[in-house]
Design a binder for this molecule. Structure first.
Ligand code: CA
Length: 228
């Protein structure tokens, strides 16, 4: 059955272009130019494409609501220069963001990627693998190109977190929470330092260090990591 994508956007031209591209790609769409209309449509949506500045409120409110109960994937449409929106959105659990101006095809690609990611059944004790790197949380071993990596606990957690979230951007704050736990005070620079040492070890093992990809002004994600 076609997936139903809720497009929350008050600018008609943008909403129409996204709608057109999604429908051409086989999705069912519903448009909501206001927060109240979006709220009404949320329960039947499979994914939400969400503008943040709406005439009757902030898209962040809908994002918070979409995190309760049945978790509905959300892709934020963010203004070009609003880094804070992107970071806040990701920290509130948005699955991805697209920066305006964007091509409708880019939105379709993100929608497909997020649906693929969120629909994959969770594997309990999976060995996480990306290109030539494997991480096993049970044995706490990380292997690159068949060779065991000597990672610190922080480096291991960093790599495992990026593998687990498969290409989703993780902000430094989210990484700090995942690695060190709630309430632990470390600076963003601390994460950057661990990323640097992790990249060095990957590179020494013949793996492209850009497997840990920097997303400027936001955080990190798992890159494609082609063999170095
Ligand atoms: Ca708007």
């Amino acid at each position: 059955m076609a997936k139903r994508i809720l497009i929350v956007e008050d600018e008609a031209a943008i909403a129409e272009s996204v709608e057109f591209a999604l429908e051409r790609d086989g999705f069912e769409t519903v448009r909501a130019p206001t927060l109240s209309k979006a709220r009404a449509e949320l329960p039947t949506a499979d994914l939400v494409v969400l503008d943040l500045m709406l005439p009757d409120g902030s898209g962040f409110e809908l994002l918070a609501e979409s995190r309760r109960g049945r978790r509905i994937p959300v892709i934020i449409l963010s203004s070009r220069d609003d880094e804070l929106d992107r970071v806040s959105g990701l920290e509130m659990g948005a699955d991805d963001y697209v920066t305006k101006p964007f091509s409708p095809r880019e939105v379709v690609a993100r929608v497909r990627a997020v649906l693929r990611r969120t629909e994959a059944p969770p594997e309990a004790h999976a060995v996480l693998a990306a290109s030539e790197v494997e991480v096993d949380r049970e044995t706490r071993r990380a292997v690159a190109n068949g060779q065991e990596l000597e990672l610190t606990r922080t480096e291991f957690e960093l790599l495992a977190s990026l593998l687990e979230t498969e290409g989703r951007v993780l902000t430094r704050a989210v990484l700090i929470e995942r690695i060190f736990g709630d309430g632990y005070v470390v600076t963003d620079r601390t994460i950057d330092t661990h990323v640097k040492t992790l990249r060095k070890k990957l590179s020494d093992a013949g793996v492209d260090p850009n497997l840990v990809e920097t997303v400027r002004g936001v955080g990190y994600r798992l890159g494609r990591g082609e063999a170095a």
